[in-house]
Design a protein around this ligand. Structure first.
Ligand SMILES: NC(=O)C1=CN([C@@H]2O[C@H](COP(=O)(O)OP(=O)(O)OC[C@H]3O[C@@H](n4cnc5c(N)ncnc54)[C@H](OP(=O)(O)O)[C@@H]3O)[C@@H](O)[C@H]2O)C=CC1
Ligand SMILES: O=C([O-])CC(=O)C(=O)O
Length: 264
């Protein structure tokens, strides 16, 4: 039987996920803020558009996939889980708010459902999570993106993005500070933290670099079991330069892994 999913948000990630899903997964609703605006952009899916969670849940999804932002996690996350439906988050950085994280985990436990986090734009999450059992000692995550990818973020207070002629590190701190200060840019920092040493002990650097070949994600970590040096050059999504194309592919992988006979 086809898996039934609801998408919250229909921006760069939401649109890509819908396009990439195979026919074994049915999108039964897309929750948007402005139905008329969304219908004008995507007339083929007018029947799927809803503006309230109640309408979305009435279509009996097996899974709700958030691709909208921290505010949407606040507005809908606990209610989705409380309704007995698994929740897959794009906005992993929203869990840097400890109260929000606890509310979601409580809702998941009470309902016996899962709060699912994709690897998103990064890789190596399996290694980090396994290395926790092998004396993980230090984790550094570095995000290097072209200046335009940081437009509209707190990086603008630290430098003139348009005038940069070389790489500029505008943030160096913990994963928690990164995720809270850069809600639309530091989801990977949060994912790395949750897989490995946690929000406080994970070190994060963020750079605006006119010479960046794409959205570059690097992890350096060491454990008693070995070390890792990982570098990913992500293609920016044409609709949203701060989001890497691989993020939607990772969400699709997470969706397809639910209930699959072979899980890797
Ligand atoms: N885990 C990871 O590796 C990554 C995670 N992300 C995160 O994923 C999320 C989505 O990213 P992306 O698709 O690129 O962002 P976009 O800005 O392209 O799209 C977000 C969409 O969500 C909609 N939206 C926002 N709030 C709500 C709401 N309350 N209800 C319904 N719809 C809403 C927006 O609609 P409107 O037009 O109304 O504003 C917009 O269409 C972001 O939080 C981003 O930070 C991004 C990249 C990597
Ligand atoms: O897609 C990316 O490159 C990562 C990203 O924006 C994030 O971590 O929020």
């Amino acid at each position: 039987m086809a898996q039934r999913i609801v998408l919250i948000g229909y921006g760069a990630i939401g649109q890509a996920v819908r396009r990439l899903l195979p026919s074994t997964v049915e999108v039964v609703a897309v929750l948007v803020r402005d139905r008329a605006h969304a219908a004008a952009q995507a007339p083929d899916m007018a029947d799927l558009l809803v503006t309230s969670l109640a309408e979305a849940l009435a279509r009996r999804p097996d899974l709700v996939v958030e691709c909208a932002g921290h505010q949407a996690v606040d507005a809908f996350g606990a209610e989705v889980l409380g309704a007995g439906i698994d929740l897959l988050l794009s906005s992993v950085g929203s869990l840097a708010d400890a109260t929000r994280e606890q509310r979601l985990l409580d809702a998941a436990r009470r309902a016996g459902r899962q709060l699912m986090l994709p690897a998103g734009a990064i890789g190596g999450i399996d290694w980090l999570a396994a290395a926790r059992g092998a004396g993980l000692q230090r984790v550094l995550y570095r995000s290097r993106k072209p200046p335009a990818a940081w437009a509209g973020s707190a990086a603008e207070a630290a430098c003139d993005l348009g005038a940069l002629t070389g790489a500029f590190t505008f943030f160096h701190g913990t994963a928690r500070e990164a995720a809270l200060k850069f809600p639309r840019n530091a989801n990977v920092a949060a994912t790395v933290a949750l897989a490995g040493l946690g929000f406080e002990a994970t070190e994060v650097q963020m750079l605006a670099d006119p010479a960046a070949e794409g959205n570059v994600h690097e992890i350096e970590a060491s454990s008693s079991g070995g070390s890792i040096a990982l570098r990913i050059v992500g293609q920016p999504d044409p609709r949203n330069p701060r989001t890497s194309v691989m993020t939607a592919h990772s969400l699709v992988r997470s969706i397809l892994s639910r209930g699959a006979s072979l899980v890797i």
